[in-house]
Design a protein around this ligand. Structure first.
Ligand code: EPZ
Length: 417
């Protein structure tokens, strides 16, 4: 088992290139199934979730080739509608294959999707929308089977702007006959990326970027080449690293236009940020100031950066308040941060953090992807050595967190235990 070792209290200076976006590439890989042909996706991050999705697509009969960061998916051989159980359980995004598989093969058979333990994560919104579009669904605690001779356009009203459900419905709607409108759609930038990819392949979608999407289904799609944007959550993580450790770093390939709330919180913490031509300059003198924030669907502050901000707030000057409104169990990292000396109290969905600087190096364990990255960030502001176990989770979404932070001078390495 591997462990990340960090020697803390080293300020960061240098440049870090930001990898392609995980949460954009996974639905785009699923959407490639909608067209019997070849899609080329560029700037694909070399992360575990991408490798897992490739393995699923191959098990379904597709051919995938990943060369560097270019991924070619040939879906002409798609013939299986059963998502392999071991892979499906590893990754929440396997649910994203339901819409495209129903569209192409008229059926799907899958176990309940897995993923990080950050809350209950039901898939009722996905299933009820697919049902409204003509799918017959049989589901029990373990498995879901769905059939649809033909999906049809529908007026779908989402009671909550679920990112995954919006993406699934968009894909099903592209394959469906007629017009689908999604009222209350999620507006995360990754949904816009999915829509742009589908448009490039010949789909017709109105209202991209808004909460009301109109998809004209049944159009013939074509081969396409498409590049992924930089990962705004990875960029936000490294911005958090600069806030916690101090220093001056330039992040390259950053979609700063989609990081407004993150940049506002960084400024609240006393970090000087400047975005220019895909670069984000961040300068942090001394300790961060206390922050006050609440997570929420985009354009609100991303829940994916909540744990990282918990680490930053742990070393801030003053008392911070962080309210989580999206995933009920996303404060699990607080327990590990406490082992490093953090003073965190959780009260009804809000973390109250009394900052202490520095933290103390400790042996801690990642329990989910972003929580794991947050422990690394905390290690940068801790005296002595910290060891982060559970690196498996971090590799799901970060191509090489040690390589990236070392590029800015951090003393960090991945070691076999
Ligand atoms: C996506 O997950 C992201 N994953 C998550 O990224 C991210 O945290 C989340 O959106 C919110 O921004 C990918 O894009 C692959 P949701 P998703 O459906 O689609 C409830 C990361 O660290 N809900 O918007 O699963 C759900 O329980 C991660 O990169 C239902 O009740 O998120 C949650 O409370 C992890 N029923 C809320 O909605 C449903 O059918 C938001 O979930 C679906 C969701």
């Amino acid at each position: 088992m591997s462990v990340i070792r960090i020697q803390g209290l080293q300020r960061l200076y240098g440049e870090i290139r930001i990898q392609g976006s995980k949460n954009a590439v996974l639905p785009v890989m699923a959407a490639a199934l909608l067209h019997a042909g070849v899609s080329v996706i560029r700037n694909v991050p070399g992360i575990r979730d991408v490798f897992c999705m490739i393995a699923i697509l191959e098990a379904l009969g597709c051919k995938c080739r990943l060369e560097g960061h270019d991924l070619t998916i040939d879906t002409r051989g798609l013939c299986m509608s059963k998502i392999p159980e071991d892979k499906g359980r590893q990754m929440r995004s396997s649910v994203m294959l339901f819409g495209p598989l129903l569209g192409r093969l008229h059926k799907v058979d899958a176990c309940y999707p897995g993923g990080c333990s950050i809350g209950r994560r039901p898939i009722d919104l996905h299933l009820s929308a697919l049902q409204q579009m003509g799918a017959r669904i049989r589901a029990d605690e373990e498995r879901v089977e769905a059939y649809a001779e033909e999906l049809h356009g529908e007026e779908i009203r989402l009671p909550f702007p679920s990112v995954g459900a919006t993406e699934n419905i968009i894909m099903a709607a592209v394959a469906a006959k007629g017009i689908t409108r999604i009222h209350g759609a999620a507006r995360e930038p990754e949904i816009e990326v999915l829509c742009r990819f589908l448009e490039a392949a010949g789909a017709k979608i109105h209202g991209i970027g808004s909460g009301l999407l109109e998809i004209h289904g049944g159009r013939k799609l074509r081969d396409t080449e498409f590049a992924m944007p930089g990962d705004r959550i990875v960029a936000g993580t490294y911005l958090g690293a600069v806030m916690a450790a101090g220093g001056e770093v330039c992040l390259l390939g950053v979609p700063a236009g989609h990081m407004e709330k993150t940049l506002a919180v960084a400024e609240q913490a006393g970090c000087i940020v400047k975005a220019e031509d895909g670069r984000l300059f961040a300068k942090m003198k001394g300790r961060p100031k206390a922050v006050n924030l609440a997570t929420g669907p985009y354009p609100d502050f991303s829940t994916d950066l909540q744990s990282v901000m918990l680490a930053v707030a742990s070393v801030a000057d003053g008392e911070s308040r962080i309210r989580e409104t999206v995933f009920e169990e996303r404060f699990a990292t607080a327990g590990e941060l406490k082992k490093m000396g953090a003073d965190i109290r959780i009260e009804q969905g809000t973390a109250l953090i009394r900052g202490r600087y520095p933290l103390k190096g400790a042996v801690v364990r990642a329990r989910d992807l972003r929580g794991g990255a947050a422990l690394v960030v905390a290690g940068l502001a801790a005296e002595g050595e910290s060891r982060v176990h559970g690196c498996f989770y971090i590799c799901r979404g970060y191509e090489d967190i040690c390589r990236d932070l070392s590029a800015a001078g951090a003393k960090i390495s991945l070691k076999e235990d």
